[in-house]
Design a protein around this ligand. Structure first.
Ligand SMILES: OC[C@H]1O[C@H](O[C@H]2O[C@H](CO)[C@@H](O)[C@H](O)[C@H]2O)[C@H](O)[C@@H](O)[C@@H]1O
Length: 614
């Protein structure tokens, strides 16, 4: 069985990632891309499904995991009776080859170590053909192969198809080992990796990247860790950004709410981008804007809500019955059926991110952004009155008029208007001519929302038109600039959510027991929603409550500063895919807002956008 998800650290090379447990086992890794088949899938199964463990061969007295400051280089320090050792795990970014490098460093005395590599391609199903020659081995399965280099001779266990090695590390020694992915029809990489040089380069890369962070406030460590985590979720070759690097970590232990997040949602990627821009990262904004244009430019009105990291359209959802699931949470799924849904909000998130990128200084390149802007707003004009599956991607087949979806339809039109008004001097004439029509449309949507989404019986904006049910996504109304946070209708909404959607001080996205999502079982509190509540407190000046809730959220991060999608306050467990972009986006945005408000700055949407203008 795997470790609890809180006991994992993330390393990555901006094309894929690996999860390393506190006990030194890499239990999840997909190669060569973040959404490729896993070659280590113990996270969702058992030892049979693949891992690479590197740990003391004697009893461990203490373990501590940490990142080297402002990097994605992970250190696991182990203390045993005879000595102390450190395992340094990292993946060098920006190379064509994908290497995972582990350096075992002796710190004190002597520590006997045991390495155990059991590769299983195809998400734990396929046993590789192993060729082993003393310190080197290759592991091949169909198109995929790994080259393994060990500091000491390897001992194959042919029956179990694994490679073991025992050695002793003494104080002052550094023993590197590596695993390199290659396409099996090509020759195995001939040269061994230069682990020490790669370590220096990897550290430099991340330190330089982190040094560009513009946020200097009191939550800097947490913000930088979240920014680095978001950066690790970007697929650098294309600029795509995944929602999380895992599949099927459950929203309920033992339940069925298990989804594959290794894809690029327009919603999640747009929110991630806003957080990166707030941190000062514009190259990522440019790369993502170009990714978006390539994905949707052909026929923007056929835009999907999500794609593969290179813009792939088909993401069919299938179950992997041979995997028992994380803590028996079945089924394990890959692909995501939500790709075929209609979710009206994604147009608003996309146009908001395009607008903010422009505000932050990302210029248009040619006419494509203008064309895309036009077609996206035109699409919203045609479609905003349709019911949809909404931000939470409900599967009940009951499409509703979700308040959040209509809010984001308004945002789509509003940002389209603002974009042309503020930056449209060189925009095509046909676009400028649309402005009066778009302004009228913006007013029409606004009036519709105010008339139909606010429920005076409940005293709040509710989940959908005519419903009494609460939904935390409406907490975004002030953030998006639709109404000020101190509007009495928003104050009522916050009060209703505090009362009806809060569990032990954390916010649920909606009440699953209403059956609205069409899924069996329950789920835990949804972390980004708690951050949205922090933001509402901040905006109205409830700074003590904002600070207390923010600290509570920071305190539930794992030792490495990582957050999953959800948190179960009763079990004190993180749940859902891990680490999840949404949660880290929430942390960054709340930190920036809280800091600005404490410094006495105007934190309304318009003021924040204007303040960022170059
Ligand atoms: O709750 C059911 C849905 O759960 C997943 O969606 C959630 O994750 C997405 C990626 O972070 C996010 O964009 C969405 O707002 C969340 O509800 C899953 O991907 C869906 O297939 C599933 O229906």
């Amino acid at each position: 069985m795997s470790s609890p998800l809180e006991h994992y650290g993330l390393i990555g090379d901006l094309t894929t990632i690996a999860l390393v447990s506190r006990s030194g086992s890499i239990d999840w890794m997909c190669l060569p891309r973040i959404d490729s088949d896993a070659c280590f899938a113990k996270l969702l199964g058992t030892n049979e499904h693949g891992y690479w463990s590197l740990r003391p061969a004697v009893e461990v007295r203490a373990v501590q995991q940490r990142y080297r400051p402002e990097t994605l280089v992970l250190e696991t320090e182990v203390t045993c009776d005879g000595g102390r050792a450190r395992i340094i795990d990292f993946m060098p970014p920006g190379e064509t080859e994908h290497d995972i490098i582990r350096i075992v460093e002796g710190l004190e005395g002597e520590v006997p170590m045991h390495s155990d590599l059991r590769v299983r391609f195809g998400y734990g199903k396929l046993t590789p053909w192993i060729q082993c020659n003393s310190h080197r081995a290759t592991l091949t399965s169909g198109p995929d192969a790994l080259a393994y280099i060990s500091p000491v001779p390897l001992v194959p266990d042919w029956d179990a198809s694994r490679l073991e090695a025992d050695f002793v590390v003494r104080a002052g020694e550094r023993l590197p080992c590596s695993l390199t992915f290659y396409a099996s029809h090509l020759a195995a990489p001939g040269h061994p990796v230069d682990a020490e040089r790669d370590l220096v380069r990897t550290e430099q890369y991340w330190r330089e990247w982190a040094s560009r962070c513009r946020y200097e406030g009191s939550f800097r460590d947490a913000v930088v860790r979240s920014l680095i985590t978001l950066k690790a979720l970007t697929y650098e070759p294309t600029g795509g950004i995944v929602a999380a690097p895992t599949t099927s970590l459950p929203e309920e232990l033992g339940g069925v709410r298990n989804w594959d997040y290794r894809y690029c949602w327009l919603r999640d990627a747009s929110l991630t981008l806003e957080a990166l821009m707030r941190g000062g990262y514009l190259d990522e904004a440019r790369a993502w804007r170009d990714w978006l244009l390539r994905a949707v430019a052909g026929a923007p009105d056929e835009a999907q809500i999500m794609y593969g990291v290179a813009g792939e359209h088909r993401l069919p959802e299938v179950e992997l019955p041979w995997l028992p699931g994380y803590e028996e949470s079945r089924p394990v799924r890959i692909g995501n059926g939500a790709y075929g849904q209609f979710q009206l909000d994604v147009y608003g998130e996309t146009l908001n991110a395009m607008y903010e990128a422009r505000v932050y200084g990302v210029q248009e390149a040619g006419s494509l952004p203008w064309d895309t802007l036009k077609v996206l707003v035109d699409f919203v004009e045609k479609s905003w009155q349709r019911p949809d599956e909404g931000i939470w991607e409900i599967r009940s087949k009951r499409q509703l008029h979700f308040t959040h979806s209509k809010l984001m339809a308004w945002v789509a039109v509003d940002r389209g208007v603002r974009f042309v008004e503020q930056f449209g001097a060189n925009a095509p004439e046909k676009l400028k001519k649309r402005l009066p029509r778009w302004r009228a449309l913006r007013e029409e949507i606004r009036a519709d929302i105010l008339a139909r989404a606010y429920n005076s019986r409940v005293g709040a904006f509710t989940q959908s038109y005519g419903s009494d049910a609460l939904d935390a996504s409406v907490l975004l109304i002030p953030h998006m600039g639709f109404l000020p946070a101190d509007d009495p209708r928003m104050l009522g909404t916050v009060a209703a959510i505090e009362k009806g959607l809060t569990k032990a001080g954390f916010v649920e996205r909606y009440l699953a027991e209403t059956g609205v999502d069409g899924l069996a079982g329950h789920e835990a509190t949804f972390l980004i929603c708690s951050f949205w509540l922090v933001d509402n407190y901040t905006m109205v000046g409830r700074l003590d409550e904002a600070g207390a809730l923010f600290q509570r959220l920071v305190s539930i991060r794992n030792d490495l500063g990582l957050l999953a999608e959800e948190y179960h306050p009763g079990l004190h467990r993180q749940l859902g895919n891990f680490p999840q972009a949404f949660s880290h986006v929430g942390l960054i945005n709340s930190a920036v807002l809280l800091e600005a408000k404490r410094a006495g700055r105007d934190v309304s949407f318009t003021a924040m956008a204007a303040a960022s203008m170059h």
